[in-house]
Design a binder for this molecule. Structure first.
Ligand code: SAM
Length: 424
């Protein structure tokens, strides 16, 4: 793997489709295009090699690894991300029309003939706080439709691939760019806003359409070894042996930008997780707004200079950013530990603006990777982002004299790191 042709690669992927195979089964904020992991997997590995995404999100990397006959391993702490990533890589031998009829007819029947049963389920399943949340964000008729679907899905055996697939389709009608069957808009982009004029579609109809479509898609997935494994684990403490991975491809959360749980709880409450438990989980996400002081470290001089600049304006934001960089340092150190010597880690990340300060995320992460962890920074390549296609947070501090198109397009960086080879 000497001198791969990194200088010549085009990472923009304009006009290429990113919805093939199961990639479009569920929306996910800041999901990267499948061509991105595909390019590096093809360039830097061979069939059978181990490809790790330690912040796997909706599993773009693990699906691409599987399609390319590599052994994909994906880790994430987000319960919804894990569900989606598992469903994406699991072939099911099912007939779309049959399964759609079986699930949706039962749900429709409950809706017409068993409204008391549905109301009772809505009353008894959730604690008071969760009920308050559901009542605020879902119209009463949508709640009845969703509960009838849930009771129908629950007839299938728990923790089986079919049940997990049905659950992911359920979630996919709630967590969408436009807020799906909720009363929210901007669910994935920023804070959800209540839209009192929104008339959500019928949840069962929407479910049926998506189920029909994706039942066909999952039944067309290949069925071969090695099968990917999707783990629920913290990227700062990977349960993998040292020197065991051939390639890491990942996109860490942007600093202080996306609150995954803010959107995901709209779906996860329906699976019986109380809202307070979901809200508490938030603190453990890298890039969250939390300022807890655990594991904060002094970072290399370039990164410290950015922190100081921000700290002169807002010390709380500086604490948030220091936590982000400190945790990313632990995450990058874990990537280094599990990678085989001489192998590559690809990190895809854009910068953020905090209180008007560009926090230079890609350059700080490269700085930390090199100075603190021991990686060699091979290159940092820019790629253009089509903000219409990729669900990203609204950018702060955009100047008004730019055209709308310019404001929508911006770039992110692809950091190419290499763990030094062993010297004999
Ligand atoms: C930008 S997203 C990854 C998107 C992914 N590339 C895709 O295409 O779907 C970043 C992910 O990092 C995860 N994450 C945040 N903190 C984490 C942690 N401590 N351990 C593991 N994953 C974490 C989030 O849950 C989120 O799924």
């Amino acid at each position: 793997m000497i001198n791969p042709p990194i200088n010549d690669i085009d990472l923009n992927f304009h006009n290429e489709t990113s919805t093939y195979a199961t990639h479009a089964i569920h929306a996910f904020a800041a999901k990267f295009p499948p061509q991105l992991p595909r390019t590096f997997i093809e360039m830097l590995t061979n069939p059978g090699d181990v490809i790790l995404d330690p912040m796997n999100g909706s599993g773009t990397t693990t699906l691409e690894a599987y399609l390319l006959n590599r052994f994909g391993i994906g880790c994430d702490i987000d319960p919804l991300a894990i569900k989606i990533a598992k469903a994406k890589v699991t072939r099911l031998n099912i007939d779309g029309s049959e399964i759609a009829e079986e699930v949706c007819e039962y749900a429709k029947n409950l809706l017409i003939n068993e409204p008391f049963l549905l109301r009772e389920a809505l009353e008894q399943r959730f604690d008071e706080k969760t009920k308050e949340f559901i009542n605020y964000w879902f119209l009463p008729e949508t709640q009845m439709e969703l509960m009838s679907l849930m009771l129908s899905i629950e007839r299938f055996e728990r923790d089986t691939p079919l049940r997990e697939f049905l659950e992911v389709i359920f979630s996919s009608i709630i967590v969408t760019k436009s807020g799906g069957v909720t009363r929210a808009r901007d669910l994935a982009h920023s804070r959800p806003h209540l839209d009192i004029n929104k008339v959500p579609q019928n949840a069962i109809d929407m479910y049926q359409k998506r189920l029909l479509k994706f039942a066909t898609v999952v039944s067309e997935l290949p069925d071969h070894e090695p099968r990917p494994i999707i783990l629920s684990c913290d990227t700062k403490n990977l349960e993998l042996p040292s020197d065991s991975v051939d390639l890491v491809v990942t996109s860490p959360p942007y600093a202080n930008a996306i609150d995954y749980m803010r959107a995901h709880k709209f779906s996860l409450v329906w699976f019986g997780i109380p809202i307070t438990q979901l809200s508490n989980l938030r603190k453990i996400y890298i890039g969250s707004e939390s300022t807890s002081k655990s594991n904060l470290v002094i970072l290399p001089p370039f990164t410290e200079s950015i922190l100081e600049k921000l700290g002169n304006i807002d010390s709380r934001k500086e604490a948030i950013l220091r936590k982000y960089y400190s945790e990313m340092r632990e995450a990058i150190a874990e990537m280094f530990r599990v990678l085989k010597p001489g192998h590559y880690a690809i990190l895809v990340v854009g910068t953020s603006t905090m209180r008007g300060v560009d926090v230079k995320t890609p350059y700080c992460l490269a700085d930390i990777a090199e100075k603190d962890v021991g990686f060699h920074v091979v290159d940092i390549k820019s790629r253009e982002l089509d903000r219409n296609r990729r669900m990203l947070p609204v950018r702060n501090g955009v100047t008004n004299n730019k055209s709308v198109i310019e404001q929508r397009m911006h770039t992110e960086e692809v950091i190419i790191l290499r763990k030094p080879a062993l010297e004999y």
